[in-house]
Ligand binder design. Structure first.
Ligand code: HEM
Length: 504
């Protein structure tokens, strides 16, 4: 038998038998000294790690970003310089479902990409929608509790979901997108994805602009109807994972064109709404897409657990030339991901090959569970030191940012420029008749189990976005249009008060 086929225990000693336990007599009990059996069972019992709190179900692939256009006037990031090709890894996911959930659920899709740049890893942790449900990090845990399982029944609950969404009018645009035909993509290959937040770029002269990242599918947008998705989910829960894997295996590599939108600091100061509010978009007519390059996925992982399950992305990972913004939601995310991963994977998770940078890493972090490299051997463990080890690089300091205003808990609803219905209304008006009908039908089906007061709240939001949208939803949901019109005259807190009773 070939050497490599020999079974060993976890420290390399040969194993004599992997099927028959050692027993006291041919019909007797197992004895403790079957240590290989103990090792096998003990390892098996520990093979499950915590799943991601959200985005638990996902699929990944490796690829490359090729920059085809010169955007050096905006950024000095090497990964974004003309001609640069950078290896990357992307994980696609659904949000609400657990690790065993079916792929074709109505949900947003996460798209997290790790670019292994020559200046360290840059992670862009986005979704397939240009906006989001909420805009304050305080609401995030609650959003997930509302869309995940009900504490009493253990089941998903349309009531909880729609109650929460309709109490936060800023979720209206995202509600419209998720209920539209785009709420169930036909495959990961057939959808766009976005960084969503406002980020910053700064160039070699340290001049800053605000920016949004867009990736447009070159395969064309394709979606599934509720009926198609229900059928697929009944037959193949891993439909999107299979599609991605098989396309890459047959060398039909999916591609996206990468763009940025850019806003100057002056434009941001004078913009008609908060450009750092993730629930707002920057209209492409006002802030045109600027082409950057092509992103291609071209290699499947060798091992799902090692590479996909253990992948760890965080918006906190940026490289010189790319930065954050005052977006309060983004600021919250900068803490959340690393914290979750220290719990989910351990403090040394960035040493796992899929997460490891391709460049030399010198960060003085030492020790910790599962430190499996040389732990920096005998190099100094402290800084400053007199040995010239690993000094900071002030030349990558970001340009300073002027901020203004007193420290306070500001509620964006008190901001007179805040319009939660503009973007959703514009989207409705852009839709063709058949897309409008699909949106209405999907919404009515999804909200059906919720109580009538919640339906009225949503109808009012639709009506405020566009009268036709409100009227068509109200009619399809069997609501009284006069009541919708009356309720639409109320401000948000009055609307909440007027729609508290489930039997209104
Ligand atoms: C304050 C708001 C948010 C918080 C606190 C938050 C937190 C988290 C956490 C803790 C995870 C699990 C991380 C892990 O275990 O590895 C996660 C996953 C993820 N989040 Fe968020 N999130 C927020 C908003 C968003 C937004 C706005 C987007 C999209 C722009 C997004 C996209 C993702 C994606 C794609 C994943 C899965 C990453 C993967 O594939 O490993 N999240 N989020």
């Amino acid at each position: 038998m070939d050497e490599y086929k020999k079974l060993t225990n976890e420290v390399g000693a040969p194993v004599a038998d992997n099927e028959n336990s050692i027993t006291a007599g041919p019909r007797g009990p197992v004895v403790m000294q079957d240590v290989w059996l103990l090792e096998k069972m003990a390892h098996f019992n520990r093979e499950v790690i915590p799943e991601r709190r959200m985005h638990a179900k996902g699929w990944g692939a490796y690829g490359k970003l090729t920059v085809t256009h010169d955007i050096s006037q905006y950024t000095k990031a090497k990964v974004l310089q003309l001609g640069t090709v950078t290896e990357a890894f992307t994980r696609f996911s659904t949000v609400a479902g657990e690790r065993g959930a079916a792929d074709c659920e109505r949900d947003i899709r996460g798209v997290a990409t790790k670019f292994y740049t020559e200046e360290g890893n840059w992670d862009l942790v986005g979704n397939n929608t240009p906006t989001f449900f909420i805009r304050d990090v305080h609401n995030f845990a609650d959003l997930n509790r509302a869309v995940k399982r009900d504490p009493r029944t253990g089941r998903r609950s349309a009531q909880n979901n729609w109650d929460f969404w309709t109490l936060l009018p800023e979720s209206f645009h995202q509600r419209t997108i998720v209920m539209s035909d785009r709420g169930i993509p036909a495959s990961f290959r057939n959808m766009h994805f976005y960084g969503e937040h406002t980020f910053s770029l700064y160039n070699a002269k340290n001049e800053r602009v605000w920016c949004k990242f867009h990736f447009k599918t070159q395969q064309g947008i394709k979606n599934l109807s509720n009926e198609e998705a229900a059928k697929i989910n009944g037959m193949d829960r891993e439909y999107h994972g299979k599609d991605l894997y098989e396309a890459i295996e047959r060398k039909d590599f999916p591609k996206w064109t990468m763009y940025i939108q850019v806003m100057t600091e002056d434009q941001a100061k004078n913009h008609y709404e908060n450009p750092f509010d993730i629930t707002k978009i920057w209209p492409q007519g006002e802030f045109p897409l600027i082409e950057v390059g092509v992103y291609e996925l071209n290699r499947n992982p060798e091992n799902y657990f090692a590479e996909v399950e253990q992948a760890a992305f965080t918006p906190a990972h940026v490289v010189p030339g790319i930065g954050f913004s005052p977006d309060r939601f983004l600021q919250g995310r900068l803490f959340a991901y690393g914290d979750a991963q220290r719990y989910r994977l351990g403090v040394n998770h960035n040493h796992i090959p899929v997460n490891r940078a391709k460049v030399e890493v010198n960060e003085y972090h030492r020790d910790g569970a599962m430190r499996v490299d040389g732990n920096y051997g005998s190099t100094p463990a402290y800084t400053p030191n007199s040995y010239g080890y690993w000094t900071a690089q002030p030349e990558v300091t970001e340009p300073p940012l002027d901020l203004e205003g007193a420290m306070y808990r500001y509620d964006p609803k008190d901001d007179p420029t805040d319009d939660n219905f503009r973007a959703g209304g514009n989207l409705w008006r852009l839709m063709t008749e058949d897309k409008k009908q699909i949106l209405i039908d999907n919404t009515v089906a999804d909200i059906a189990p919720a109580t009538v007061n919640i339906k009225y709240r949503h109808a009012v939001h639709c009506y405020l976005a566009d009268h036709e949208y409100g009227e068509r939803f109200a009619k399809a949901a069997g609501l009284c249009m006069d009541k919708v019109k009356e309720l639409s005259k109320l401000d948000h807190s009055q609307l909440v008060q007027a729609t508290l009773s489930e039997t209104m």
